[in-house]
Write a protein of this length. Structure first.
Length: 70
């Protein structure tokens, strides 16, 4: 992991609504991963899109891992 390519991002937990800080590693390219909420420990699905040519984060979405829209 290259620490220079870690970008801190504020996101909101789709379960409890609390703000969380994620360190996004853009050196991995576009990926989907699961991270637990710092507060309620629920699994958040995180989709990261990176423009690999520019080496920049283009999209970060966080949603429930249980396939529910609630």
């Amino acid at each position: 992991m290259n620490e220079e390519l870690l970008e801190p991002r504020q996101v909101q937990c789709p379960y409890c609504g609390s703000e969380c800080t994620l360190l996004v590693d853009i050196s991995q390219g576009s990926i989907s991963t699961i991270e637990d909420c710092e507060r309620c420990c629920a699994p958040m699905q995180i989709d990261i899109e990176v423009d690999e040519g520019m080496g920049t984060l283009t999209s970060l979405t966080v949603h429930r891992d249980d396939n529910s829209d609630q």
